[in-house]
Design a binder for this molecule. Sequence first.
Ligand SMILES: NC(=O)c1ccc[n+]([C@@H]2O[C@H](COP(=O)([O-])OP(=O)(O)OC[C@H]3O[C@@H](n4cnc5c(N)ncnc54)[C@H](OP(=O)(O)O)[C@@H]3O)[C@@H](O)[C@H]2O)c1
Length: 246
Amino acid sequence: MSGPVRLIVLGATGRMGRAVLTAAVAAPEVAVVGAVSRSAEGEPVPGSPRRFTTAAEAFAALDRAVAVDFTRAEAVAAHAAAAAAAGVPLVEGTTGLDAEADAALRRAAGRIPVVLAPNLSPGIAVLRRMLALAARAGLGGEATLLERHHRHKKDAPSGTARLLARSLGRDGEAEPAIVSLRQGEIVGEHTVWLGGEDEELVLTHRALDRGLFARGALRAAVWAAGAGPGLHTMDDVLGLREGPQT
Ligand SMILES: NC(=O)c1ccc[n+]([C@@H]2O[C@H](COP(=O)([O-])OP(=O)(O)OC[C@H]3O[C@@H](n4cnc5c(N)ncnc54)[C@H](OP(=O)(O)O)[C@@H]3O)[C@@H](O)[C@H]2O)c1
């Protein structure tokens, strides 16, 4: 694709959708061409020239676009199927996905690039690498995770906490304990305790502003516009695949 990447924002009136529309204003590499929201039908969405009530309508009306999705788990299977049918690359930022959504994204990835990114921050991608390294050194045995988010967050534990737990590479073993707190307007905080009898390693990631995830989504969308079909992650977007440990 030449020129700015044409963006369709799903969940455009939500907290993350609005953050993406705001971040896009300062990002010449993207141009928002459509916003999808079911509520307040007919009203314009600030930051988008056109609004639609369903993803399928937007995909039919707008060609050569990439979609970013920040909605709810129950909407994801339909969004994935519509994107695949229309040939629209998809950045999936929604968390708390169930088996149906997961299967739909995998099916869609046979036809379009899908970036499956329960956390779009570079810092979390690096933290995952660090955890994999710690697990290799035998520090993952008694891991505990604490995640804190704003009180409106629907899913618990957070998609990021699950992702971090998987990075400890303990397939087939008991999952690390995850403690979830919902407090005030916290954007997102994850702390991992690792250790054994005689040492302790404590790693914390703090998202200070939702714009972090929004900018990550734009970066993923630009990357997806040039990618082939497949199920990709932020490791692919950030070029971390060649790192010391997956
Ligand atoms: N990947 C990341 O880095 C990252 C970072 C932050 C948040 N998230 C995730 O992003 C998602 C959205 O978070 P948020 O804080 O923006 O939530 P939010 O403020 O509740 O916004 C979600 C939006 O989705 C739309 N929606 C709700 N149910 C829908 C359905 N069944 N079909 C289609 N659209 C629906 C709603 O808009 P309308 O009612 O107008 O349609 C709503 O504005 C959550 O899963 C959250 O965990 C991911």
